[in-house]
Design a protein around this ligand. Structure first.
Ligand code: MN
Length: 201
């Protein structure tokens, strides 16, 4: 069955002023849609048509670059848009909050670590908060790779992924990737990240 573009869980303008409306329209409606369309084209008539997106991503090292890039793009963007919320001012709670403090010292230190991972990722890619062997860890991946891929340098279960492709921020922040990374923390859905942590740990 062909993959389809998931509906955005909030309006395009809902993340203003941190993430602008035009960026959301293009990011979801054009970029994510293109990953879905190109993934469907790449798997048409092959055995990959019967595989789930998770199965495709997990076998990234043995599938074609088109399936790896567009399958990763589809998985990453679905995960990314679900990780954001218009409700600002949220914070980690419960066991996730304790684990963040234990591992990084504080939420601010985690943010700094993620932002460094994002700014030092040359070219396009992603910064990640993952669970690896029961512990929190920050990592990054190039292109549309992710920590679920067999080819990932640091494998683990993603809790939060931040898109650092220029298409994620250039209209509003131009070349200032650090400003975008600073702003995006205002719209992180910590309830969702906490749910993922509870399922993964
Ligand atoms: Mn993107």
């Amino acid at each position: 069955m062909a993959f389809t573009l998931p509906t955005l869980p909030y309006a395009h303008e809902a993340l203003e002023p941190h993430i602008d409306t035009a960026t959301m329209q293009i990011h979801h409606g054009k970029h994510h849609q293109a990953y879905v369309d190109n993934l469907n084209k790449a798997i048409a008539g092959t055995a990959h048509e019967k595989m789930s997106i998770e199965e495709l991503v997990a076998s990234a090292g043995t599938i074609s670059p088109a399936v790896r890039n567009n399958g990763g793009g589809h998985w990453n963007h679905t995960f990314f848009f679900e990780s954001l919320t218009p409700t600002t001012g949220g914070e980690p709670s419960g066991e996730l909050a304790s684990a963040i403090n234990e591992t990084f010292g504080s939420l601010d230190e985690l943010k700094e670590k993620m932002n460094t991972a994002g700014t030092t990722r040359f070219g396009s890619g992603w910064a990640w908060l993952i669970v690896k062997d029961g512990k929190l860890e920050v990592s990054s991946t190039p292109n549309q790779d992710n920590p679920l891929m067999d080819v990932a340098e640091t494998k683990g279960t993603p809790l939060l992924g931040i898109d650092v492709w220029e298409h994620a921020y250039y209209l509003k922040y131009q070349n200032k990737r650090p400003d975008y990374l600073k702003a995006i923390w205002n719209v992180v859905n910590w309830d969702k990240v906490g749910e993922r942590y509870n399922a993964a740990k």
